[in-house]
Design a binder for this molecule. Structure first.
Ligand code: HEC
Ligand code: HEC
Ligand code: HEC
Ligand code: HEC
Length: 113
């Protein structure tokens, strides 16, 4: 009985630890919330009538040139692409990320999440 209680206690602790870890199976919004953002940070103060975010939301915190520098391996680099490089086309925040360019180009981007 004691062992069972200990097992339950330790799995509870593990469960809490998992909840605090940025998990690869979460969507972008979940990962941002885990880093301390609020829904309102991206959607504006009235969550009954949320703003629909676009790149201007993302660019408040992320700089194109910084992201491009961190992703030098991508050729061509979508972060400095001549068109269709609105962050929210690829880095979906409430569903899996997509390679938006794929509709027209054969760029082999591997979206992480
Ligand atoms: C083709 C679609 C596409 C678009 C549009 C796009 N990205 Fe990315 N982004 C990627 C890919 C591919 C990676 C590398 C794999 C990964 O991290 O998912 C990446 C990586 C990142 C990273 C992680 C960099 C690191 O630390 O390794 C950030 C942050 C990021 N993008 C932000 C942005 C922002 C902000 C915008 C808009 C200005 C944007 N992305 C537009 C495809 C895109
Ligand atoms: C990092 C920015 C970010 C955060 C944080 C975020 N969202 Fe979003 N949200 C988006 C983006 C971008 C879209 C557009 C669709 C997508 O990417 O999945 C969206 C779409 C939505 C929509 C659909 C809006 C419409 O008009 O169709 C709802 C509802 C929503 N989010 C609710 C939430 C809630 C609730 C939270 C907090 C738990 C949250 N969001 C946190 C970026 C964010
Ligand atoms: C209030 C600041 C803030 C806003 C607004 C914001 N982010 Fe982030 N984002 C962060 C921080 C902090 C990190 C973690 C450090 C890093 O990777 O740059 C991050 C990480 C990321 C990453 C890489 C790691 C991951 O978990 O995917 C991507 C991609 C990303 N953000 C995309 C976006 C997109 C797309 C938007 C707009 C819809 C957005 N961010 C809006 C602060 C923000
Ligand atoms: C709706 C179709 C479409 C989408 C989506 C699209 N492109 Fe293009 N792209 C084109 C066309 C058409 C051209 C011009 C013809 C060509 O060069 O193949 C082009 C040209 C380019 C070029 C060459 C431009 C130059 O300077 O000559 C680059 C780089 C590029 N696209 C990157 C991207 C990236 C990165 C994405 C995703 C973020 C993307 N494209 C999404 C249709 C598209």
């Amino acid at each position: 009985m004691k062992r069972l209680a200990a097992l339950i206690a330790s799995s509870l602790v593990l469960g809490l630890m998992a909840a605090n870890t940025v998990s690869a199976s979460d969507f972008g919004a979940d990962r941002h919330v885990a880093r301390g953002l609020k829904c309102e940070t991206c959607h504006g103060p009235d969550m009954k009538n949320p703003n629909y975010p676009d790149e201007t939301t993302c660019l408040q915190c992320h700089k194109r040139e910084d992201v491009a520098a961190k992703t030098k391996q991508l050729e061509p680099n979508p972060h400095t692409a001549p068109h269709n490089n609105d962050c929210t086309l690829c880095h979906m925040q409430h569903e899996p990320e997509v390679n938006y360019c794929e509709q027209c180009h054969k760029f082999n981007y591997k979206m992480k999440h």
